[in-house]
Ligand binder design. Structure first.
Ligand code: NAD
Length: 370
């Protein structure tokens, strides 16, 4: 049975549009061949929106994002808009989407494709088969806590203040996402904080443990201090399944985990919000990389991070895990066959442009489902 799902595509700036063009090929392929059909609409964000509307995200675009089953975003920013005031910079569009959609859980998979193990900064045996999911709390903690600011002291010194703060509900809702994810994976959650030196970390640990006891004890829960976790990630990364952590530690640990996999052009992400009365979870999917102005407009970008972000949308927003698997397996096959964009090029491999990579993937999808 065909089912229509709404998808709002926001290509943004730089290589965003080129990468999104390849996602369109995959969406069209699914429309033509499989049981998933999408109502796709497209709008502006970032510099492109500033050029058209004078703001990085128009109100109408925000409304459309709130109504869509999922939002797929390319990347924002570039030198053209670098000197604008902070309040209307391209990145503000992204922040507005995250804030108004209340996307509190950021999912960053660190998955090492076998064909790319050599690109990792770690030894191949440490990263081969690596498959970690980092769940980072995204709307609370020290980046948003009050009081904050820089103040002048009477003695002539200045003092900078930020506040790490979490409430029970903020911790529980993101921990629930982690437990749910673990249930669909290897069934293990490692919750990471600094309960030894921070009260907010102690509360985090207590609330996660409490929630674990309330119907989540099918999941194996462990706790780890953040400094140890950063060490373990580069020592024996395969020990982890799902890592659950706060905004600040998640920011750092997810970048560390990203480097284990070697390439920025391969990394997808998802940001999830609450489930509404209709059972829909607000969600935005985007590659981890930026707009790459140095290669924009040259058909050189690696579109796979954006395509893999769409695969995450299939799995988490549209409940089409099979199609997500198909895309991920086809990407793995392409890499194994030595098809590469410039950023992941290796000796003996075949160099493809962005659009050639999109075409090659569609051919793989055809083969895989023949
Ligand atoms: P970047 O991720 O855009 O690029 C870093 C390097 O990686 C560049 O050399 C680039 O060519 C390369 N690269 C990135 N993605 C690639 C891909 N898919 N294929 C091939 N090569 C790729 O980071 P940057 O240079 O620090 O930032 C450039 C602009 O992007 C800035 O305006 C920045 O603010 C913005 N940015 C946006 C986001 C976002 O939209 N989420 C994230 C990071 C940076």
């Amino acid at each position: 049975m065909a089912s229509n799902k709404s998808l709002l595509i926001l290509p943004g700036d730089g290589i965003g549009a080129e990468a999104m063009g390849q996602v369109r090929k995959v969406v069209d392929w699914m429309d033509n061949r499989r049981s998933v059909t999408f109502d796709v609409s497209e709008d502006l964000v970032g510099g492109a929106a500033i050029d058209r509307h004078g703001v990085p995200l128009a109100d109408e675009t925000m409304d459309r994002a709130l109504e869509a089953d999922a939002v797929l975003l390319g990347a924002v920013g570039g030198p053209k808009w670098d000197n604008l005031d902070f309040s209307i910079k391209p990145e503000r569009g992204l922040l507005r989407l995250r804030k108004e959609m209340e996307l509190f859980a950021n999912l960053r998979p660190a998955l090492c494709f076998d064909a790319l193990v050599e690109a990792s900064s770690l030894k191949p045996e440490l990263v081969s088969g690596l498959d970690i999911m980092i769940v980072r709390e995204l709307t609370g903690g020290v980046y948003f806590g009050e009081p904050r600011g820089i103040e002048d002291l009477e003695n002539g010194e200045r003092r900078g203040i930020n506040t790490q703060v979490y409430t029970t509900s903020e911790i529980r809702r993101v921990a629930e996402v982690a437990f749910d994810l673990a249930r669909k994976r290897d069934g293990r959650v490692c919750s990471v904080e600094k309960a030894n030196v921070m009260e907010s970390g102690l509360l985090w640990r207590e609330e996660v443990s409490k929630l674990h006891g309330e119907g989540n004890d099918d999941i194996e829960l462990s706790h780890m201090y953040a400094d140890n976790c950063s060490m373990q990630l580069v020592r024996t990364p395969k020990q982890f399944d799902v890592i659950l952590t706060d905004n600040l530690f998640g920011d750092m640990l997810s970048d560390t985990a990203a480097m284990l996999t070697g390439s920025l052009g391969m990394l997808p992400s998802a940001s999830l919000g609450s489930v509404d009365a209709l059972g829909r979870r607000k969600a935005m999917y985007e590659p981890v990389h930026g707009s790459a102005p140095d290669i924009a407009g040259q058909d050189k970008a690696n579109p796979l991070a954006t395509i893999l972000s769409f695969a995450m949308a299939l799995r988490y927003s549209y409940d089409h895990g099979e199609e997500a698997d198909l895309i991920e397996q086809s990407v793995a096959t392409l890499l194994k066959e030595g098809k590469r964009t410039g950023d992941i090029m290796a000796e003996g491999c075949e160099l493809l442009s962005c659009s050639q990579m999109g075409d090659a993937l569609v051919r793989k999808l055809d083969e895989a489902s023949a």
